[in-house]
Design a protein around this ligand. Structure first.
Ligand code: HEC
Length: 175
């Protein structure tokens, strides 16, 4: 066989093998069981609907529109947290990290929350724990410059990265 024929044969064989390998490669998409997908979809459904109702109640109803004081979004979200807690037994609460504590109730309340706050300041985005039949997920929330006029007003240093956090607690089976 001429060299060019060898090259063509090699390229065709390579494409064939590469195509086969690509077909077998697991996709990057997360693969959920139907049961997990159903649970996630129902949770998202309830969360979106609870958010929709809270937004209408606090920002859009006639009474809300006549009220000159605009509700603080994180407070309104706490109404969503309460709705979801009722239906799903999952709890959520805000965490004050290294900005001004906007509400004393958001200060870290135990070792897990203190550790989460400490890690967020170092740039870690999440922290978790399983304790006494409860899984807890702490996630950091970046406070942008538009947030800082309230969350880190002068004389706080505007150049320091500021965070808040969200703790979600979910009951789990203990072994
Ligand atoms: C006009 C002032 C103002 C601005 C601007 C503002 N917030 Fe807040 N935020 C508040 C107040 C007041 C609270 C406390 C509400 C309460 O009493 O529970 C709060 C609470 C929060 C909390 C709960 C945790 C905590 O620190 O107490 C989060 C999270 C939060 N805000 C995120 C944001 C983000 C993100 C932005 C910018 C996109 C932002 N806020 C901008 C006034 C503000």
């Amino acid at each position: 066989m001429r060299l060019s024929t060898w090259i063509v044969a090699f390229v065709v064989a390579y494409m064939f093998i590469a195509h086969g390998m690509a077909a077998e490669k697991p996709s990057d998409e997360p693969r959920l069981t139907v049961e997990q997908a159903r649970t996630q979809a129902k949770l998202l459904h309830d969360t979106y609907i609870a958010t929709l109702h809270a937004m209408h109640r606090r920002y859009f109803d006639d009474a809300a529109r006549q009220n000159k004081q605009i509700a603080v979004p994180s407070r309104v979200m706490e109404e969503v947290f309460a709705d979801i807690q009722l239906r799903w037994k999952m709890r959520a609460r805000w965490l004050a990290v290294n900005a001004q504590a906007m509400s004393l109730g958001h200060e870290p309340q135990d070792d897990f929350e203190r550790e989460a706050a400490r890690l967020f300041v170092q740039g870690k985005e999440s922290h978790e724990q399983v304790h006494d039949g409860v899984y807890r997920h702490a996630g950091s929330i970046a406070l942008f410059s538009s947030c800082l006029k309230c969350h880190a007003p002068a004389p706080m240093n505007p150049d320091v990265a500021r965070y808040a956090g969200l703790i979600i607690s979910v009951p789990v089976k203990t072994p």
